[in-house]
Ligand binder design. Sequence first.
Ligand code: ATP
Length: 247
Amino acid sequence: MRRLLEIRGVFVQSSRGNRLNDINLSISSGERVALVGSNGSGKSSLLAVANGTLIPDSGKVLWQNYPTSNLGQRQRQKIGTLWQDLRLVEELNVAQNINSGALANRNLLWALANLLKPIELNACSECLKKVGLSTSILSAMVSELSGGQRQRVAIARLLRQKPELILADEPLFSLDPILAKEILHLFLDNTMTSDMGEERTLLMSLHQPSFFRHFDRVIALKSGRVVFDQPAECLDEEALALIYGSA
Ligand SMILES: Nc1ncnc2c1ncn2[C@@H]1O[C@H](COP(=O)(O)OP(=O)(O)OP(=O)(O)O)[C@@H](O)[C@H]1O
């Protein structure tokens, strides 16, 4: 397995203490990793450090051995993020939002064309089908979609981006149990296999212990520190008490 992401001795401080406290971990290609911990334990901060949007106060973040801070646009798009608030563009339709996943590989003219007229609809349709949505919604405004449809469109945009590593910040948050399971499986099943046949790598924050066993590995944070980093099958009651207990 190739080592994709490496985080070494990372600290992020805030006025109220350390948001991240001496984080050391690496993620290899094909791994499906659950990032867990109580509210405020540092999961979103860690995902933001991993995608380069939060610069640590000290320590190193490396993508395939290169500091993430030095990555060019094309390299950077190999890390795809599904933010908790999805960050869809409400004023654009479904196809335009999905196409925005491909922006890093295109020029300004292409970006303008995407704003002005329907383009590359076949590629958009392929991504929509992979997330179980009808292509009849390609021209619908995202503001008209249900919460579950919006979630799927955001995942379709990620598929259009073709990242090697997917960082997902609580994508199951606020979904009913049935929909949460469906969305989880969208991430875990074959839709996440890259065009080169290589399995995509996934680091997903989530709160539902019943889903942890679907991952290869569980990393748990508590007060900004890693307190558990083991295969999912090692997560027993004692470990859960350590992660979520007050001690
Ligand atoms: N922009 C910020 N500036 C300063 N402190 C922040 C900022 N964002 C988050 N924090 C603090 O950092 C700590 C970790 O927050 P973070 O959002 O990373 O945790 P989390 O595990 O993702 O929480 P949740 O499960 O509630 O989403 C918290 O104490 C939070 O108040």
